[in-house]
Write a protein that binds this ligand. Structure first.
Ligand code: 13P
Ligand code: SF4
Length: 303
């Protein structure tokens, strides 16, 4: 990494009282200089504990919004405000109102990959690493899981006591990982274990050895005695996988495991944004009030 950029970033963070949070899917150079790197759940928790008065978020919009909702008094700034998760927009308030009208004893369970507006009409949020615990601890019998169809279906297989209603949202990056390619990769690397994110489709999950969030995939590979792994999630996780496991080999399934939005976050932009402290995450007052409740409930139920 360019040393001049690195030292300038470090100096500006200190001078402006900024903490840099990064998701595992952003560029390795950004992960390297971040104060905290993690999965969505870890980053939401960390955001509530940091002492700095400003948070710079290296990730997509919903992550910055969650940090702001959980920390209304802090200034939250995005590395690139146009980095957005398409899945976050794959359910509407109208659809949620329609399902609410159809069911009694319903909880709207909202994957954190959703807009603040959708959170504001949901009962509880989940991330891929706490969805099982949170839904299990939710009293309602009927669960409307939004926006991700794949994570919803995966969680439903583990909780037969609940009645799930699914939405048709998906992550295009994880959907592009197809079973045939996973099987080919397994054939080419017979000893390798397949580690998969639950945003993948059910047929891919069925041929996997381990299913978990980005952090859980990294932790599993790090603790494992195995030496080779086929990774079914976005390529950004390879940075931490290789940092922690220089003696192990990690393989992708194809060329499509690439989130164009996460890749908008670059080290040069981190420096520019630190200079200006723009663009700031600003949400309407009514959304701030209502959308933070399902996030706070998630933190409580996931304990
Ligand atoms: P996690 O890091 O929580 O597994 O989330 C994956 C993701 O798709 C974030 O956009
Ligand atoms: Fe959204 Fe998928 Fe990109 Fe994550 S990897 S930000 S779910 S498009």
């Amino acid at each position: 990494m360019n040393e001049e950029i690195t030292s300038r970033i470090k100096a500006l963070k200190k001078e402006k009282d900024v903490v840099l949070l990064a998701h595992y899917y952003v560029d390795g150079a950004v992960q390297e200089i971040a104060d905290y790197v993690g999965d969505s759940f870890y980053l939401a928790k960390v955001a509530t504990k940091v002492k700095e008065s400003n948070i710079l978020f290296a990730g997509v919009s919903f992550m910055g919004e969650s940090a702001k909702l959980l920390n209304p008094s802090k200034k939250v700034v995005m590395v690139d405000a146009s980095a957005d998760c398409p899945m976050a927009h794959m359910v509407t308030k109208e659809k949620i109102a329609q399902v609410r009208a159809e069911y009694d004893d319903l909880a709207v369970v909202c994957y954190v990959n959703s807009t603040a507006e959708i959170k504001s009409v949901s009962d509880v949020c989940v991330t891929s690493s706490n969805a099982l615990d949170v839904v299990r601890n939710t009293k309602a019998k009927n669960i409307f899981f939004v926006p991700d169809n794949n994570l919803g279906r995966y969680i439903a297989t583990k909780l037969p006591e609940k009645n799930f209603i699914f939405n048709d949202g998906f992550c295009h990056v994880h959907k592009s990982i197809v079973k045939e390619d996973v099987l080919k990769a397994k054939e080419a690397r017979p000893g390798a274990e397949v580690l998969t994110h639950p945003e993948c489709t059910m047929d891919v999950l069925e041929v996997s050895d381990f299913i978990g969030s980005t952090s859980e995939i990294i932790d599993y590979a790090t603790a494992s005695d195995k030496k080779e792994f086929i990774i079914c999630t976005e390529m950004g996780v390879f940075f931490e996988l290789m940092q922690k496991n220089p003696d192990k080999k990690f393989y992708s399934v194809g060329h499509r495991q690439f989130c164009p939005n996460m890749k908008l976050v670059t080290i040069d932009k981190v420096l520019n944004v630190l200079e200006t402290m723009e663009p700031e995450v600003i949400l309407p007052d009514d959304v701030m009030e209502t959308a933070k409740k399902p996030l706070e409930l998630m933190l409580e139920l996931a304990k």
